[in-house]
Design a binder for this molecule. Structure first.
Ligand SMILES: Cc1cc2nc3c(=O)[nH]c(=O)nc-3n(C[C@H](O)[C@H](O)[C@H](O)COP(=O)(O)O)c2cc1C
Length: 336
């Protein structure tokens, strides 16, 4: 019998597949289906810094506009109460999921600056979140801010979330750092117990008729796994105590095997589960199990990290020789 258990952020999980944040993890019914399909953990959709701040501003405006109004007048707060449902809904989902699911429920916070809003991390934990995933989705636009300033801002954010909660903290990052290995190590130093590689950036398109910017969301496709796969392999030996999760481009059980071989503790999926439904998770786990059986692996622990850049002795030389090999491997397509 293949042992599919793994450990992520200190939690023993029954399987190395985790449902990453998406509309599929935003309803209790779907979370229960994901659990029934065998996922090891779920990550709820992100609570956004902007949403929290917008609500705080609206509350403030109401309170200020209301000074001088009869304090007994309860109808005054009626519309704010309606807006406030957004935050409440998030906390309710966290609370319901934590109560009904036996697997760890990880809450996600999205933001890029430290501030009062970070205290919502504590509220998510009070609502039952087993861990926090901090999703640092940000495009640095200010030409006066150097890379070092931007990075320091991220680290300050990690430190402040770390200080706000005492549950495990994972940080979901983008691949766009000049020295990703250095940044990853500093995020861990700032208090992260795990890294989630990588955030996918959604590129807006232009509508040629209206000349409007069109928000465009394309789900990931085969091949996108290679970027996180490569970095998991690079970071695994550098951060031996840190939990690593691979996200982006996982559509097959054999891709879960690739992530684990490279050194991930868990592999996350969204697009595949959105397209094919939560029950697809059990097929993915089964495909992984069959592949492990066929290749003589008895456990996920045995599989984890058995292929890393470490084995080549000199990661930098390995990187260069891979690059040369790829360029030299190109062959013209046979003409039709
Ligand atoms: C519709 C949609 C909503 C998403 N919402 C979130 C979110 O709230 N927070 C987050 O960290 N990632 C979010 N993601 C990103 C996914 O969690 C995942 O990292 C990404 O889709 C790459 O994985 P995949 O290739 O398996 O889809 C979302 C993705 C999609 C498609």
């Amino acid at each position: 019998m293949t042992d599919l258990s793994t450990t992520y952020l200190g939690f023993p999980l029954r399987a190395p597949l985790v449902a990453s944040p998406s509309p599929l993890t935003s309803s209790l019914a779907d979370l229960l289906r994901l659990e029934a399909a065998g996922v090891g953990a779920v990550v709820l959709p992100s609570l956004f810094e902007e949403e929290i701040e917008a609500e705080a501003t609206r509350l403030n405006d109401h309170v200020e506009a209301g000074s001088g109004v009869n304090p007994e007048g309860t109808e005054y707060f009626a519309d704010f109460t309606f807006d406030h449902l957004l935050l409440d809904r998030h906390l309710e989902l966290t609370e319901g999921a934590a109560r009904r699911l036996d697997i760890p429920v990880i809450a996600s916070l999205n933001g890029n600056t430290a501030g009062g809003w970070v205290h919502y991390a504590r509220e998510l934990v009070t609502a039952g979140a087993a861990a926090i995933e901090l999703n640092m989705y940000d495009v640095a636009l200010d030409p006066t801010r150097s890379a070092a300033d931007v990075e320091e801002g991220y680290l300050e954010l990690v430190r402040s979330v770390r200080a706000a909660v005492d549950v495990p903290l994972a940080v979901k990052i983008s691949p766009y750092f000049s020295s990703l290995a250095n940044m990853a190590a500093r995020i861990v130093e700032a208090g992260a117990d795990g890294l989630v590689l990588f955030n996918r950036f959604y590129q807006p398109d232009l509508d040629l008729e209206t000349l409007d910017v069109k928000p465009t969301l394309n789900l990931s496709h085969a091949g996108e796994i290679r970027l996180p796969l490569r970095w998991i392999a690079i970071l695994r030996p550098q951060l031996p105590q840190t939990s690593l999760a691979l996200t982006s481009g996982v559509h097959l059980g054999t891709e879960i095997a690739k992530g684990l071989l490279a050194g991930a503790d868990v592999v996350m999926a969204t697009a595949e589960l959105l397209r094919r439904g939560p029950e697809r998770a059990s097929e993915l786990i089964n495909e992984l199990s069959v592949w492990m059986d066929d290749h003589g692996y008895q456990s996920v622990e045995q599989l984890k990290g058995s292929v890393t850049q470490h084995t080549s002795g000199d990661p930098a030389a390995f990187e260069r020789s891979q690059y040369q090999r790829v360029l030299h491997s190109w062959k013209p397509e046979p003409s039709a």
